[in-house]
Design a protein. Sequence first.
Length: 265
Amino acid sequence: MRIALAQTEPLWEDKEGNFKAALAFLERAREQNADLVLFPEMSMTGFSMHPEKIGETGENPRTLSFFREQAERYGLYIGVGYVELCEPKSFNRYAVLSPRGEVLADYRKIHPFTFGTESVHYAGGEELAFCQVKEFTLSPLICYDLRFPELFEIASERAELIVVPANWPSDRREHFMTLLRARAIEDQCYIAGVNRVGRARTLSYSGDSRIVDPFGRILAKAGGGEELIFADLDLESLRRYRREFPARTDRKPALYERLRQSCRM
C-alpha cells in the first residue's frame, strides 16, 4: 500500500480556503498512485480553541461532507481532522474515509493537551477506532496521544498502521520525531506522523512529518515547508518480523498492572 502525508500550512480557521488548498495535495497524490492520503490534526482550521466557531454538528458535518466527495472523485482513502461541536465540551476528531465516500473510522482524541488549554474546550474520548484500508488495519490517534505508549500498545494488537495527525510545535520537535520512532519499534508496526508547518497565534510548527517502519527505519520524511511525502508499506514484511522477533508476545500485562497497583499503595 502506498501512503501519502500532506504536510500543510492551514489558513487560520478558514475552512473554505483550506478546502481549496487541499485539492492540490489530492491531485498530486493521485498522480503518484497513492492509496491513502493523511492530513494533520484539525486539518482545515489549525489548532483552534474556538470550537464554537469551527465546530460541526449533524450526521454529515461539513468537513466530512467535502472530503467524502473528494475521496470518491479522486479514488483515494483520506484521513482528515475536524471538530465535533458538543456541550459542555467539544471533541477533537479524526476520520478515515473510503474511495466510496464511506466513513470507515471516526476517532475522538483521548488525551486533550492540558498544557495548551485544549482540555478547557475539548473533552477526551474513551474508545479506540480501527478500520481496514486495503490490506492494512489502521488505527488513528491524535498528536498529544503520542506521549502515552499504553494507547499504542493496545492499538497495535489489531493495527499494523497507526497514524498520528498532529499540530506539534517547533519547541518540542525532537520529542515528536523520537516518539514516532519509539512507538514503531516498541509495537512493531508502521507509524505515520503528519504534522503541520508555519505559524499560528504564538506558535510555530516545524513539520518533520515522517513514516517509520517496524524496524524503526524512516521510510520518508518532510522538512519545514508544505510538502507531500510518500512511502510504500509491506504488510508481509511486518508480519514476518513479528513472527521472527516475537517481543510483543513476551509482554506481561497482568504483572504490569499488579506492579502499578503496588506502587500506588
